[in-house]
Every structure is written in C-alpha cells, then in structure tokens.
Design a protein around this ligand. Sequence first.
Ligand code: TXA
Ligand code: MG
Length: 320
Amino acid sequence: MNTELEAALAALRRGEAIGLPTETVYGLAADASRPDAVRRIFTLKGRPADHPLIVHLGSAAQMDDWAVDIPESARVLAKAFWPGPLTLILRKQPQVPDEVTGGQSTVGLRCPDHPLALQLLQAFGGGLAAPSANRFGRISPTSAAHVRAEFGESVPVVLDGGDCAVGIESTIVDLSGDLPRILRPGRIGRAQLEALVGFVAEGASGDSPRASGTLEAHYAPRTPLLMLPRAALESEALQQQVLGKRVEVLCLDTLPEGLPGLALPRRASDYEHGLYAALRELDARGVNLLLAERPPESEDWLAVHDRLRRSAAGAGQDAT
Ligand code: TXA
Ligand code: MG
C-alpha cells in the first residue's frame, strides 16, 4: 500500500474524516460504525444532523452487515451495477448508528467504482459514511483540489484520485417500500433499472425516506443562476449587459458570439462529467449572473436537469 493510502487508513482508524475519491464525486469519509467519527462529518459540512449519509462498502458481500430484509431486487441491482454509481436504500441493521441514518429505519449503501476507494475500503474492512465533500448546499467536488478549496486544513488527508469519471452523484433507489423508487436521478437511468427489476417509480412519495439531494435548493453557486433556452439566454445576457451587469453563460457545444462563459459537450454523460467544475469556475469569476442553457428534454438528460434546477433554486444565497 502506498503512503497516501496508509495515511488515510490511519486517519480513519483515529476517527477522523478524509477526502475520498469516487467515480461520482469526492466524499468526506469517516468510520460509519463510530458515532463520534460520523458527527465530525456533520460539523465539517455544516449539515443538519437529521440528514442521512451513504455508507460505502468494499463489496456487495458486506450488504448484510448493514441491512436486513434485503429484497431480491437489491441483490440483482448490486450484482449488475456495483461497483458503480448506484445507492440502494434498504432497511437497516439495528446496530447502524442513528448518526448515519438521521434516525431513520433505513440505510443507504453503495460500492464506489474507483480503484483507490476500493483499495482503501478493502484494507479498512468496515463501511465508510461519506456525503459529498462540499459544505452543505454547495457545489459537489469532482477533484482533490475542490475538496481542499472547501475544507483547507480542517481536512488534512485528501486522497487524490484524479478527476471523477462520472461527475454527478449516484442514482439513489429506495428498495425499502412496496415499489422500487428513484429518489435522486443519476448516470444509471430508469430504463437500465427497469430492465432488471420491472417497474420503477420516479420521485419521492409521501412516506419516502428524506434525501438532502432532494431539497429544492442544492448544488448551488454563490452567483445567481438562471436556466433558459438558448435564444432566451442570448437576449437575457444582452439585456443584462445593457444594464451594466456582468454575465457568464454555460452553454451546449458552443458559446454564442461575444458572450463570456463555458461550453460543455452535447452528450449527457460528457456534460455531467464537466458540470460541477464548470459551475465552480464560473462562480469564481464573481459576476452578477450566471445563465445556463436549458439542455434537451430527453430521458438521458434527466439528472442534468435535476442538478441545474436545484443549482438555480439555491444560487445567490450565502448559505453554508
Ligand atoms: O455519488 C454519491 O452518492 C456521493 C459519493 C460521495 O458517494 N455521495 C453523496 O452523498 O452524494 P450526499 O450525502 O451528498 O447525498 C446522499 C444522499 C442524500 O440526499 C441523503 O439524504 C440520501 O443520500 N440518503 C442517505 N441515506 C438515506 C436513507 N436512509 N434514506 C434516504 N435517503 C438517504
Ligand atoms: Mg451532497
């Protein structure tokens, strides 16, 4: 094992939180079996204590250590998609700390598809509770540098696993109720899930477990953000400029002539890969308004719509 991994392992065993690379976004990870370690995550993030965290596992064989009454559908999905960007909500084992589940009767489990994370998890042996490594409500980190920018010296150990391949958070599927239900859209879409387990509902129901990724205002830049179709975006930008406001745009494929900003590829998975880094970069330019071009309406863009909509809802508020 290399020295970075050893340092990370030692920090986890001391009950500290570390920056953990995964294929989706970076996590802020601590020993999921230790309430004191999990509480540190909440303090560092500034996150309300009743928001549940995902427990990361080294393999699907560990599912039974954390969950009970595991339905066949969970085994099928874990076999097909783990390691990978899929979180399963299951009924929890009694010994899972309330700090991890927000006091709920369910637990979120996922096996991340990243070589460093898997090596660390296998050496650690237990589960690692890890939310995204950003301050509460803010943009998720997709590089080690983003994690350092969020937490600085308060999180001294950040494992550098490069840029996250997926770039947006895992799909969350609740398997604790009557029907499988997508609580948060991600790279693994509804059709892929339905091909294996039949009908899958979309969106939280009244009695669904709470998920902070399902709060309206989330993933937000400090700069106000609006999502508009391209033509409306161009005229809004020009109007703002006439008023003396500074504007940056986030567009598909190309930038409209004369407008500053960034363009991301017109392919959902490539767009997802670049989204959070682009939002961070545009936010750092310190302008008055960000304008994001509305992506296509097709199924494969669902997760992007979800993240942009929430970014727009939370933008411009100086929350932590
Ligand atoms: O891709 C990911 O899922 C990343 C990486 C680090 O694995 N993690 C992540 O964690 O996005 P976080 O905490 O930012 O979002 C996890 C979501 C939250 O919306 C949380 O409420 C939900 O998972 N969650 C966790 N346990 C749950 C439970 N028992 N019931 C319902 N939702 C749960
Ligand atoms: Mg998060």
